[in-house]
Every structure is written in structure tokens, then in C-alpha cells.
Design a protein around this ligand. Structure first.
Ligand SMILES: Nc1ncnc2c1ncn2[C@@H]1O[C@H](COP(=O)(O)OP(=O)(O)OP(=O)(O)O)[C@@H](O)[C@H]1O
Length: 746
């Protein structure tokens, strides 16, 4: 290290130490404010006093959580601006995870999302945006380890400045690190094309199309943080939903937003979007694809109509003293009134029942010899009839209350109902199933959009009753959870127990965060929705997602070339035009930050099998390790191959075709937390989608290629998961597209 660099490092250390000092002061101060509010107690005062106190407590608790979240890498950059490009005392800006000012309101640190921080990510030598130098500070704990400078305007620098330049290495250093099994934030090294997407306008649907490793996921997450910062009021109220392909992927990305100080975001999968249903049953790909097709909306609608069909014969209702009759015409009139009301099935039932009860009441009056009734008597008699069991039973048979679950179970277990819904016997066979048995998990991921569709058409049975029941059940639980959180955060857990704290809250007060409230409510409309691996969503899944976002403020990220699901997308226009025609725009990411050049050139060959017109993204770096292929006498040799391929301290994935089991002692098998944490995991391509590993060994690529109509896409995904090493092993022949690989014998 040169003398001047050492001096520069010491100066930066001094500044960074000052920032941490300020952070500590703010933590103590905010903690004091929170304690002050909590000490006022929650029991006394008017309702308004209490709710004001609670919002302050909430605000301080959130602020405190944010101040703690930014401990690592608090400050990671510095911008030196040319004279004239900034106010005289603002020519040097430090950029960090949040904004800090001193008590005199002098800015000490700029939040990376603030407009003035934008040149840190966008300035280039060709368009320096007034920046003379961009400096990256690499810290460990509170210590500045190294600094890297990008020189943007040589003329603007003094001789002394020139002597301290280090050159750009921050990005490559970040990319070269071994993987931890969890995605990290990239706030210090966001690239220009990524920054444009992150800061793109909130309105409308932004599609981010990019090849593997171009940073779509990580960019989408930084965009969420940016939008929350920039439109905090609007988004905190309605919440932000991030949808990923499976729970393992959500675990992979879950730390990124908290590390950026944002915690109130709901991470979910489509399978979890229907509150109260756990969709765990595996589904045959043909059935899943069929259930995902847009036509299923019509099928579900027909299934509802099926439950509104009227019998041909007159319905007889035997009461003690006489028998009432509903003929076909009376039923048809009531049905058509109910349908014309345009209400969902369960709400329209009220119209239907009222109409028939009126008809029955008139009949009953005749039987009772009471020709003309005044309004009051008529209403009394109608009420008497309504509570008669035979009347209730008859009306229920004609137009039953239905939950979405009842509707779909009825449909999927009945060849007659499936036929009425418009399916051929062969199509019906894909859906036909045995009724649920106790404890069985009956629903699959592909069923969730159908339940959601049914819920729209049926409506709630009785909103108020349902809500009240749900609230009563959840109330105590919510209050306890909240109390625990607050007590833990404030370090008060040892002086007050959560039960007592919760007991002090009023019954009508709820303490759920926006994300938590939204997760429990099927009809919640989010302020912004981000869909990752969006190419995999079926047409029916898109209908479900769009219902969660009526404003269509969305970020949709994916890669059409990676579509593995047969119900998935083949073009963004196909997917989005039905829901947001004229309201979506596409941005592209073109640089691959994950996969080295050597691996990407093999993947590019496979991409031509997906579609010769597609172009693979450019890789930014080389690994110096050419990918290889090896023929094995048997899969028992795999253990040795894996041992040779591991990167010390890193993660390795063995990617296998669907249904192939391999025996690797100590390896984590299948999706789940272990897949992220174990040094070696065995996964199918679908399970590895969106993830990355230091090394990857692909087993029997020929089978992956042939096992589905989307085989080439699956192989492309498999080839692009590694950051350093890639090997392919096979006992059967090697697909011709891979014969260019280094052939190894051992
Ligand atoms: N600007 C950056 N600085 C540092 N690392 C980056 C940057 N952009 C992307 N990366 C890294 O590149 C890798 C790939 O990013 P990401 O998983 O977001 O890509 P993707 O486009 O979603 O890939 P895929 O389509 O294959 O799932 C991640 O390790 C990510 O952290």
C-alpha cells in the first residue's frame, strides 16, 4: 500500500467512525423515545390517546429496527463532485444504507435511494454527471479495509488526488466471493442499467426481461427498497408483495430487504396466496398445465352455474299442515332475478331466496285461508316459513351456499359436473379425483388460482360473520406476537412479560403490520406487486396475481428463455395484454454477473435449441476453469466427482433429471432450507431455478433435455447456475449440443 493510500484510508476510517458514532447516538435516542411512549402505559386515556401512543410506538420501533439493520456496510461509497456541479459544501457526498444528519441538519450520509445518490450508480467516463471520482469503501464491521476509486473526470482531479487512485475492482471483487447460500444485497455495486430499472417510475407494469444471472432478482429487491423509500406513505399503507417460485427461493432472498432496512414486505408464492389453504399435493405436469390454462376460468364459471340449475319437476315441500309447491317457472323466475342482480353466487342467493319465499308465503296464506295479508302479517308469515326446516332444506338444494373448496371438491369428484362444465371425458380424466380424506393435503399449487377464481364468483358467505369469527380467533395471538416483538426490540423483555403487555391492549386494537394483515386477506389490494421468475406463472395464476393489484403498479421479472412450466409464458405480450394492455413497458438486462464466460458459451449453444433468435447475455468475467463432461460407468462414481469439484468453503449443487435419485452421503436432497445451507445439495432443475452455487455438476443432461417439451430451457437453466465450476456427467450418451465440452476420463 502506498503511503498516500494509507493516509487516505486513515482519513476515511475517521469519517466512517464518526458515522457510526452518530448511528449509536440515534439508536440510544430512539430507544429512549420508544421507552417514553411505552412507559405512558397503554391502558389509560381516551381511545384517541391510546391510538396516537400506539402509532408513535410503532414509528419508533420501526425506526429503531432500521437503525439496527444498517450496521454492516453502513457507508460504502463516496462521490466527489466537480466545482459548480454542487453547492460548495456538498462537493463530497458519502453514500450509505440510510441517510444521517447531525443535530445542525448537516448531511453526513446520503441514503443510496435519494436522487442525489443516483450518479454513484449511473455516472460513466462518457457521461460523468459532474462526478470526478466515485469511491467504494470496503468495510468489515466498523473498519474500513480498502478503498477503490473510479476515475470519471481526470481533468477535475488535483495531483494529490491522482496519486491516491486505486482503480475499479469493487464489482469484480463482489462477484468473485464464494456463495453463502443466501442472496446478498448489491447496494454498493449496482450497475447503471440496473439502477435505471430500480428507479423506474412506480406506475404501470415494468417487465424486466433478462438472461440468467443478469441480476433480475436482486434488482427487483432493490427496486422494492427504492419504491418504499420514495413513495413511503402510499406503499406502507397498501404494502408491497413479492412473489417467488417456491419457499426455498424465498428463503434464499429473504435477507436482502432487511439488510436494506426494509422489513414490512410480504414474501409469498402463488401457492400461498389463498389464506387458509396449504397447497402441498404434488400434481402431474399435464394436470397442472391444464389447470393453468385461461380456459379454466370458464370451467369454474360453468361449475358455479351448475349449482344454480333448477329441477325440471315441481319441488314439493311438505309441512305439518299442508304441502307447498315450487314449479319450474317459479324457480326459473327467481333464478333469473338472482343472476340479473350480478352479485356473486352467495350474495345473489339472498335475491333468489327472497323471491321464492314470497311465492311460498302467498301459497301458505291461501292454505291458511287468509287471502289478503297486510304487509306486517305477510312478513311474519314469511319469516315463519323461512325458519321451517323443510323450506330451508329445499331452498338450500336449489341454491346452496358454497365455499370455493366445496365447489371445487364437488367438481373434481364428479364426472357429471365436469361434463356440465364443458370438459371432454379425456380432459375430465385429468381433473377427476377421490374426495378428500381426513388429514390429507388435497390442494395442489395449480388449484390455488382455481380456488381464487371460485372465491370471486361465489363471494363470501357472510362477510361480517366471517370477519368477526376470524378476528376473534386471531386477536389474542396477534397481540401476543406484537407484544413479544416490541419487548424484544426494546430490550424490555426482562422487565415485562408479553402476556401482561398484550393484556393491556384494548380488544379493538390490532397490531399487525401491513404485510401481516395483507397475508390474511384474500381481497387485499397491494400498492405494488413484484413477480419473480414470472415466466413460470400460468394464465390462471396471473388472474390471481392481478386481483391482488388492481392499480397494476407492478414489477415483473423473468426470462422467457428459461420457461420450464408447460403452463408458463412464451411471450410477455401474451401474458400482460389481457390484464394491462397499453400499461406495461419492458426493460432489458444484458450483462450476466453470475456465470463466467467459459460456462456461458456452452449455455449459449443450448439457447439456440430453445430459440435460435435468442441471444445469451454477455458475461463480465472469466473463471479460468473450462467446463467439462465425463462419462461414468455408473452413478456410484458421482461421490468422487463431487469431491473433486467442490470449491473450498463454497456450495455445490448436483442437478438431476426429475425422478432420478442419487446416493450422495451427507448431501441435502430436494428443496428446503438444507438445500441452501449444505455444502452439497441434490436438486432438480425446477428446484434450482433462481438459485446459484459456486460449483454445479449436472447428471444425465440427455434426460433433462428430453424429459419435457421445455427440456432445452431446463438444460439452459441448469448450465447457468454456477459462479465458477461446471461439470456434466453421463452414463448414457452426451447430447450433441454438449460435445464441445472438455471430455474428461477422470
Ligand atoms: N451489480 C451487481 N453487483 C454485484 N453482484 C451482482 C450485481 N448484479 C448481479 N449480481 C449478482 O449476480 C448474481 C445473479 O443475480 P440474480 O440472481 O439476481 O440474477 P437473475 O437474473 O435473477 O438470474 P436467473 O434468471 O438465473 O435467476 C447474484 O449473485 C447477484 O448478487
Amino acid at each position: 500500500m502506498s503511503h498516500s493510500t494509507a493516509g487516505e484510508l486513515a482519513r476515511e476510517q475517521q469519517y466512517v467512525a464518526k458515522l457510526y458514532e452518530r448511528l449509536d447516538v440515534l439508536r440510544v435516542r430512539t430507544r429512549g423515545q420508544l421507552d417514553g411512549v411505552l412507559a405512558q402505559g397503554a391502558a389509560g386515556g381516551t381511545h384517541q390517546n391510546r391510538s396516537e401512543r400506539d402509532s408513535f410506538a410503532d414509528m419508533y420501533a420501526t425506526r429503531l429496527a432500521r437503525l439496527w439493520a444498517v450496521e454492516n456496510g453502513l457507508c460504502f461509497g463516496r462521490l466527489d463532485l466537480a466545482e459548480g456541479a454542487a453547492e460548495p459544501d456538498e462537493t463530497r457526498l458519502y453514500i450509505g444504507r440510510l441517510g444521517l444528519s447531525d443535530d445542525d441538519q448537516h448531511r453526513l450520509l446520503i441514503d443510496w435511494r435519494a436522487p442525489v445518490a443516483q450518479p454513484f450508480y449511473r455516472a460513466t467516463p462518457a457521461a460523468p454527471m459532474g462526478v470526478t471520482r466515485r469511491r467504494h469503501l470496503h468495510t468489515k464491521g466498523r473498519t474500513v479495509r480498502t478503498i477503490d476509486d473510479d476515475l470519471l473526470d481526470l481533468d477535475g482531479l488535483s495531483d494529490a488526488d491522482r496519486a491516491t487512485l486505486n482503480g475499479e475492482a469493487a464489482l469484480l471483487a463482489a462477484l468473485g466471493e464464494t456463495r453463502t447460500g443466501r442472496m446478498r444485497d448489491i447496494v454498493a455495486t449496482i450497475q447503471g442499467e440496473q439502477d435505471k430499472i430500480i428507479r423506474s417510475d412506480l406506475n404501470g407494469v415494468l417487465v424486466v426481461q433478462g438472461g440468467p444471472g443478469t441480476g433480475k432478482t436482486v434488482v427487483a429487491l432493490h427496486r422494492a427498497a427504492y419504491l418504499l423509500y420514495t413513495y413511503r406513505d402510499r406503499l406502507e399503507r397498501r404494502g408491497v408483495l413479492i412473489l417467488g417460485p417456491n419457499p426455498t427461493f424465498l428463503r434464499y432472498i429473504e435477507q436482502v430487504l432487511p439488510s436494506l432496512g426494509e422489513t414490512d414486505v410480504l414474501l409469498s408464492t402463488v401457492a400461498e396466496l389463498y389464506p387458509g389453504v396449504t397447497a402441498r399435493r404434488p400434481e402431474r405436469p399435464e394436470a397442472a398445465a391444464f389447470k393453468g390454462a385461461a380456459r379454466m376460468a370458464e370451467v369454474v364459471a360453468r361449475a358455479v352455474q351448475d349449482r344454480q340449475r333448477m329441477p325440471r319437476q315441481t319441488v314439493e315441500i311438505k309441512l305439518d299442515k299442508f304441502t307447498l309447491r315450487l314449479d319450474r317457472q317459479a324457480c326459473d323466475v327467481a333464478r333469473s332475478r338472482a343472476v340479473k342482480s350480478r352479485r356473486p353466487h352467495n350474495a345473489a342467493r339472498g335475491v333468489f331466496v327472497r323471491q321464492l319465499l314470497n311465492a311460498l308465503t302467498k301459497q301458505a296464506a291461501r292454505h291458511l285461508g287468509r287471502g289478503m295479508l297486510n304487509d306486517e302479517d305477510f312478513a311474519d308469515l314469511r319469516e315463519d316459513l323461512r325458519t321451517e326446516e323443510p323450506v330451508r332444506a329445499a331452498l338450500n338444494r336449489l341454491w346452496p351456499y358454497l365455499t370455493p373448496q366445496q365447489l371445487l371438491i364437488g367438481l373434481f369428484t364428479s364426472p357429471e359436473r365436469l361434463a356440465y362444465a364443458g370438459l371432454t371425458p379425456a380432459e375430465a380424466a385429468l381433473l377427476l379425483r377421490e374426495p378428500p380424506r381426513a388429514g390429507e393435503s388435497w390442494w395442489s399449487e395449480a388449484d390455488v388460482p382455481l380456488l381464487d377464481e371460485a372465491a370471486e364468483l361465489l363471494g363470501d358467505i357472510d362477510e361480517n360473520v366471517l370477519r368477526a369469527a376470524r378476528r376473534a380467533e386471531e386477536e389474542r395471538e396477534q397481540q401476543l406476537a406484537y407484544a413479544r416483538e416490541v419487548l424484544e426490540l426494546t430490550g424490555m423483555a426482562d422487565i415485562m412479560d408479553a402476556e401482561r403487555f398484550a393484556a393491556r391492549q384494548q380488544a379493538e386494537e390490532t397490531y399487525l403490520t401491513t404485510a401481516e394483515r395483507a397475508a390474511k386477506d384474500r381481497t387485499w389490494a397491494f400498492g405494488h406487486v413484484i413477480v419473480d421468475e414470472a415466466q413460470e406463472l400460468s394464465a390462471m395464476a396471473w388472474r390471481t396475481v392481478m386481483r391482488r393489484c388492481p392499480t397494476r403498479s407492478m414489477t415483473v421479472v423473468g426470462d422467457i428463455a428459461q420457461t420450464g412450466s408447460t403452463a408458463g409464458a412464451l411471450s410477455w405480450a401474451n401474458v400482460l395484454d389481457p390484464h394491462a394492455a397499453g400499461r406495461w413497458r419492458e426493460a432489458r438486462l444484458t450483462v450476466n454477473y453470475r456465470t463466467p464466460v467459459e460456462l456461458m458459451s456452452v449455455a449459449a449453444d443450448v439457447l439456440t435449441l430453445v430459440d435460435p433468435a435468442l441471444k445469451a447475455p454477455e458475461s463480465v468475467r472469466e473463471s479460468g476453469e473450462p467446463p467439462w463432461a465425463r462419462r461414468l460407468a455408473g452413478l456410484s462414481e458421482l461421490e468422487e466427482v463431487v469431491a473433486e469439484s467442490q470449491v473450498p468453503g463454497g456450495k455445490l449443487a448436483v442437478l438431476v433429471p426429475e425422478g432420478l435419485t442419487v446416493d450422495l452421503p451427507g448431501a441435502a436432497v430436494g428443496a428446503g432450507l438444507a438445500a441452501l445451507e449444505a455444502p452439497v445439495s441434490v436438486l432438480t432443475v425446477a428446484e434450482a431455478k433462481g438459485l446459484e452455487f459456486d460449483a454445479v455438476v449436472i447428471v444425465e443432461p440427455g434426460r433433462i433435455l428430453e424429459e419435457s417439451p421445455r427440456g432445452p430451457s431446463d438444460l439452459y437453466v441448469a448450465l447457468t447456475r454456477a459462479t465458477r465450476r461446471l461439470g456434466v456427467v453421463h452414463t448414457a450418451g452426451l447430447p450433441s449440443v454438449l460435445t464441445g465440452l472438455d471430455q474428461r476420463t477422470r
